[in-house]
Design a protein around this ligand. Structure first.
Ligand code: CAP
Ligand code: MG
Length: 411
């Protein structure tokens, strides 16, 4: 049985032809052996030599280990390893993030980054609206967007949800959303909720304030487009999808369907199962790139080291993946959310810059003055950051912000 070597150390990376992956590898084996195990398993090999593999297959489709630097391995997959159909993230993930996580040769392995060649990128359409389309709809060309998540995350009736949204908008917020676990439960049927929230948004608009609320349409693949179309028909101005639990295929179906004419807010719940461990799983960065490729308009990227969710050391790279030119698509609005309250808004914006949607659930619903005051406090905190004024200073003339600083402090 012929042996095929996947080691091409020293060969220059070829991002124009290959999908180039960076893996962080922990192993008791020599790193070359561990790296080869990844390349073999994810391309043309298996645990033992096989009689059916020949040089023509190997040379065309075999992955190449082109560099090993410490615990970082670069593995390049020929574009021909990927589906020729128009853009299939499920098949891409089966190659770059599949069996390798279970290989006995590795104690741990983490996909840190991936770059795609033009031949793959051109199979995807990217966002319909993107960050700039959302800004245009909100008539908010420069300032950070500021939003809330209706809390408690489940339990409010459609009426109470609509009341929350109205009060939050009356407090100046530009965005609100369903929480990730709310879709279509008996205590808050999606049709009733969408209609009532839409009425609240229309009332705010008549009063001179335009606001978006994202209705969560996360459901089965065979129903999600139909549900989104219905929600849109009931007046939704934005929809939301839990992309990890629904799958990238669902997001792509929504984003590419011409009947869906509203932005898609992408929540990433369950990502912590594989992003949190610095040595095993998948870094947020590859997921951020894939969300932009398949067409998410706004995406949760964490709170840049501030707030309740564990910080991702590469959050700034996620900002660049959302907003930068590396990917040839419309920009994605980065969403910073999770344990946010007015006292830390300045810190987050200092890290994110102004192209961001900052949102707070508890940080609005927990305000001593109620939802409207909570919305005002978050809006004031964003205004202060936009004007370059410390929150404590701004609070001297903005009572709602002062009350929030009193309640939760600042960093
Ligand atoms: C925030 C939130 C969001 C988190 C998810 C929550 O609520 O609604 O889902 O932002 O984190 O349920 O925790 P709070 P991430 O503002 O009350 O914390 O964006 O990092 O995935
Ligand atoms: Mg939530």
């Amino acid at each position: 049985m012929e042996n095929y070597s996947y080691l091409h150390l020293g060969e220059p990376e070829d991002p124009d032809r290959n999908v180039v992956c960076k893996y962080r590898v922990t192993t008791d084996l020599p790193m070359e052996k561990a790296a080869e195990a990844i390349a073999a398993e994810q391309s043309t090999g298996t645990w033992t030599g096989i009689s059916t593999l020949d040089h023509s297959i190997f040379d065309d489709l075999g992955a190449r280990i082109t560099s090993i630097e410490g615990d970082m391995v670069t593995c390049e997959f020929p574009a021909a390893d990927f589906s020729i159909e128009t853009g299939s993230v499920p098949q891409i993930l089966s190659v770059i993030a599949g069996n390798l996580f279970g290989l006995g040769a590795l104690k741990a392995v983490r996909l840190e980054d991936v770059t795609f060649p033009k031949s793959i990128l051109e199979q995807f359409k990217g966002p319909k609206f993107g960050a700039d389309g959302i800004r245009k709809a909100l008539h908010r060309p420069e300032e950070p967007l500021v939003g809330t998540i209706v809390k408690p995350k489940i339990g409010l009736s459609p009426e109470k949800t609509a009341e929350y949204v109205y009060e939050a908008g009356a407090g100046g917020l530009t965005n609100s959303k369903d929480d990730e676990t709310l879709v279509d439960q008996r205590f808050c049927p999606i049709e009733d909720r969408t209609i009532r929230v839409s009425e609240a948004l229309d009332r705010l608009e008549e009063e001179g304030h335009y606001m978006m609320h994202a209705i969560n349409v996360s459901t089965r693949a065979d129903r999600i487009v139909e549900l989104a179309e219905k929600v849109q028909g009931w007046g939704a101005r934005e929809i939301m999808i839990d992309v990890i639990t629904c799958g990238f295929g669902c997001l792509q179906a929504l984003a590419e369907d011409p009947s869906i004419k509203v932005p898609i807010h992408v929540h990433r719940t369950m990502h912590g199962a594989f992003t949190k461990d610095p040595f095993h799983g998948i870094n947020m960065l590859p997921l951020t790139k894939l969300v932009r490729m398949v067409g998410g308009d706004a995406l949760h990227i964490g709170t840049l080291g501030v707030g309740k969710m564990a910080a991702d050391a590469h959050d700034d790279k996620n900002l660049a993946a959302c907003l930068g030119d590396e990917l040839p698509y419309k920009r994605v609005m980065p969403v910073c959310s999770g344990g946010v309250y007015p006292g830390i808004v300045g810190d987050i914006i200092a890290r994110s810059g102004m192209d961001v949607q900052i949102q707070a659930g508890g940080g609005v619903a927990g305000h001593p003055g109620g939802i409207r005051a909570g919305g005002m406090a978050m809006s004031q905190a964003v205004e202060a950051a936009y004007k370059g004024i410390p929150a404590e200073e701004y609070a001297k003339t903005h009572a709602e912000l002062a009350a929030a600083l009193e309640r939760w402090g600042s960093r």
